[in-house]
Design a protein around this ligand. Structure first.
Ligand SMILES: Cc1ncc(COP(=O)(O)O)c(C=O)c1O
Length: 374
């Protein structure tokens, strides 16, 4: 059987990882400024993580959501304390798209409405509603194109207020920092204005922190720079450091109803063991603070580079916009300088390294980028 060929691939076979480095099958080492697409939070093959998952799988990898799973409560307690949302409720699933799908469903169950506001260049996943709120017609299949969604311009307070004032908007969904959209940080005041308009119009505010959350921005959640509290927060990627897992953090104003949401694999024992190990390491190694410190250093140095049009981001979620397409720069970074980076559109390089990136590794990246751009 052939693989369904939907991914344009680099001709590299990664077989091993450690911290912020990965190795291919020929033994070549690479510096990982991509984190497997913002997924690796505590670093590749962290010994505590390896031990926790190994122990768990040796005793119980999976049992269903029809029995008590104390590990789920431990994830909820630990996550609530660490991110400042102790009073919220946690629903566990397996992927980012599923997290947004469930958050949107719950919003609609809550207020009975069907219209969603999303934003230009938004990306929220590829399942039915998650893809409909994603502002990319190329990946919205006709069956998903159901007219639920109004896409508004990014950072446009007046357009947002006017749309919500119609009084029939179920939910606003917004990324903490737009990732696929090119590392777009919301302008000061935009998040607060959305929060206020949602309150005034009975609209649910869903913060997609799947890429920008879990410490990546230098705070646990990027929206915490804006001092707001959303009604729901979706998380995935870094929560399991590569183990597929996701969650919806749900405000106390939503009352759970038996059977209304559900999943076979969500919150399974192995996933919870991974998530607990991630939280252990994030705390012990102060990785949120590290992301803030190393990210600030990277941004400051990158702004001195000639040839980069704009440097945007927070913490270790950084976009480098160039005047021209970056394909060749990214190829040279990978094949000549042995550095993995991400991309947004044609002109933006995305940096999404593990949150344990050291100052020395950041400087090493700057040297290698300099070698390409000089
Ligand atoms: C902001 C955001 N939301 C949702 C998703 C979808 O997550 P997943 O691929 O785990 O379904 C992504 C993935 O890149 C994302 O960046």
């Amino acid at each position: 059987m052939k693989l369904f060929d939907v991914y344009p691939l680099f001709d590299v076979n990664i077989v091993k990882g450690k911290g912020c480095h990965v190795w291919d099958d020929k033994g070549q080492e690479y510096l990982d400024l991509y984190g497997g697409h913002a997924v690796i939070s505590i670093g590749h093959a962290h010994p505590h993580y390896v031990e926790a998952i190994s122990k768990q799988v040796a005793s119980l990898g999976f049992y269903s959501n029809s029995v008590i799973n104390k590990l789920q409560q431990e994830v909820a307690d630990r996550l609530g304390a660490m991110c400042g949302y102790d009073d919220y409720q946690l629903f566990l699933i397996n992927s980012g798209a599923e997290a947004n799908e469930n958050a949107l469903k719950l919003a609609s169950f809550y207020n009975g409405r069907t219209r969603i506001v999303s934003f230009a260049k938004a990306f929220h996943g590829r399942t039915s509603l998650a893809v409909e709120v994603t502002n990319n017609p190329k990946i919205i299949a006709p069956v998903n194109d159901n007219g639920h969604v109004t896409y508004l311009p990014w950072n446009d307070v007046d357009a947002m207020k006017a749309e919500l004032a119609k009084g029939d908007v179920c939910a606003v969904i917004i990324e903490g920092i737009q990732g696929v959209g090119g590392i777009q940080v919301p302008a000061p005041g935009f998040m607060q204005a959305i929060r206020q308009a949602c309150d005034e119009n009975g609209t649910v505010l869903i913060l997609d922190e799947i890429q920008s959350g879990y410490g990546r921005s230098g705070k646990f959640f990027s929206h915490q720079y804006d001092g707001i509290r959303p009604d729901m927060i979706t998380v995935a990627k870094g929560i399991g450091n590569g183990f597929p897992m996701a969650g919806v953090l749900i405000s106390p104003k939503f009352t759970p109803v038996y059977g209304q949401l559900g999943t076979t694999f969500g919150g399974n024992h192995l996933a919870c063991a991974a998530a607990i190990a991630v939280l252990d390491v994030m705390k012990a190694e102060n990785l949120v603070e590290n992301a803030a410190r190393v990210g600030a250093h990277l941004m400051e140095e990158l702004k001195k580079f000639e040839g980069i049009k704009e440097v945007r981001g927070r913490g270790l979620m950084i976009g480098l916009e160039f005047e021209n397409p970056i394909k060749e720069i990214r190829q040279k970074l990978l094949f000549e300088q042995k550095v993995f980076t991400g991309v947004s559109g044609t002109n933006v390089i995305r940096l999404l390294p593990p949150l344990c990136l050291s100052m020395a590794e950041a400087d090493e990246f700057l040297n290698r980028l300099h070698n390409v751009l000089k």
